[in-house]
Design a protein around this ligand. Structure first.
Ligand SMILES: Nc1ncnc2c1ncn2[C@@H]1O[C@H](COP(=O)(O)OP(=O)(O)O)[C@@H](O)[C@H]1O
Ligand SMILES: [Mg+2]
Length: 342
């Protein structure tokens, strides 16, 4: 019997349908119950698509899943897949340790070191907070003075995890492109008074500053998702007059647009990371090499429903629609030692 966290969002609905169709015994559980560890004693595995935008998940999910991993209890996402999720600091150290092709990333923990680095560096650079998605906390820094301002803020009052101004700007952009309803604009205005709870829970980002080399001339980023021996990908176009793709809402599912070097690099990275499911965001550097800017186990499954097929480990293309959530369960069931549904 497997346990699935009781939620209607993310991967959960497809997991439930798959179990029903395949006759896999499952039960919905609430991972936030006080006695969840006790409850899971009757189960063989747990699936939980926790999110960095859900306040309670933010507080509890990594901790609970890590505790279960200590027991060797099969979970999705498992420890190797999960501990660095939504944490660009963690990803810097992880990818550097494994010598994976992360775009060169610099992190400082005090003003003095950060300013002295900024004085000797070439701009532009990209400043990022360690948390966040949809390009919310990613900005281009074009000169020393801008970097200095960011550094002083990082070690001064810090950065809020939510900027109502940037959020409204993004909503206007999405509205103009027909991707958002006008009600979203009203909500954006209300956000000046009521911050989303996840941002309040997370508190301010301060005490560190993270810069990344800017990789120019990328009209898109390329998101390759690897689950076991299968990979699929989309091209995400950057916003108009901007360098940032994530969250733009403009993408292509055409596999011919995807450089095979990105797919190959994603498989190689996964071999070292030894995880269950990773979305790798790539940009292409001046030497035409794929470079990783971020890795994440979680993604919006709806965006990938139109992918017309996938590549296997030998980079052979397989035509046909698929549901990636099914592959996640299959990987987990293999760990339980059951290749076929039980
Ligand atoms: N170092 C970089 N060089 C060039 N473009 C970048 C770089 N880092 C990020 N980007 C662009 O900005 C977008 C958001 O960056 P990312 O680090 O993936 O943040 P998020 O977690 O918000 O998705 C990416 O989709 C990419 O288009
Ligand atoms: Mg990203």
């Amino acid at each position: 019997m497997i346990a699935i966290h009781n939620s209607k969002s993310g991967f959960h609905p497809a997991w439930i349908v798959y179990c029903q169709e395949q006759g896999i015994p499952f039960k919905l559980v609430n991972c936030l119950d006080d006695d969840i560890i006790e409850q899971l004693k009757g189960f063989e595995a747990l699936l939980w698509h926790h999110s960095h935008m859900v306040p309670k998940d933010l507080i509890a999910a990594k901790t609970i899943l890590a505790a279960l991993s200590h027991l060797g209890f099969p979970v999705f996402p498992d420890y190797r897949t999960n501990w660095h999720f939504d944490d660009k600091l963690a990803q810097k150290y992880l990818l550097e340790s494994l010598e994976l092709p992360l775009v060169k990333t610099f992190v400082f923990y005090d003003t003095e070191h950060a300013l002295s680095w900024a004085k000797g560096t070439n701009f532009p650079m990209v400043h990022k907070l360690k948390t966040g998605s949809g390009s919310k906390h990613v900005q281009l820094v074009v000169n020393y003075n801008e970097a200095r301002k960011i550094i002083l803020k990082a070690f001064g009052k810090g950065f809020s995890n939510y900027s109502p101004y940037n959020s409204l700007k993004e909503r206007v952009y999405q509205f103009k492109n027909g991707k958002a309803h006008w009600i979203s604009l009203v909500k954006g205005l209300l956000r000046f008074v009521h911050y989303p709870e996840y941002a309040t829970v997370q508190g301010k980002e301060r005490g560190y500053v993270l810069f990344q080399e800017f990789v120019p001339n990328n009209p898109s980023d390329i998101r390759v998702i690897v689950i076991g021996n299968k990979a699929f990908a989309i091209t995400r176009w950057v916003r108009k007059d901007d360098f940032r793709a994530s969250g733009s809402g403009h993408f292509s599912h055409d596999p011919d647009m995807i450089p095979l070097s990105c797919v190959e690099s994603a498989f190689k990275a996964n071999q070292k990371l030894k995880g269950q499911c990773f979305a790798f965001d790539f940009v292409i550097d001046q030497q035409q090499n794929p470079r990783i800017i971020e890795v994440s186990y979680g993604f919006s499954p709806e965006v990938f429903r139109l992918c017309p097929g996938y590549w296997d480990k030998n980079l052979i293309w397989h035509d046909g629609r698929f549901i990636p959530e099914h592959w996640m369960i299959e990987i987990l069931l293999k760990k339980v030692g059951v290749d076929k549904p039980f």
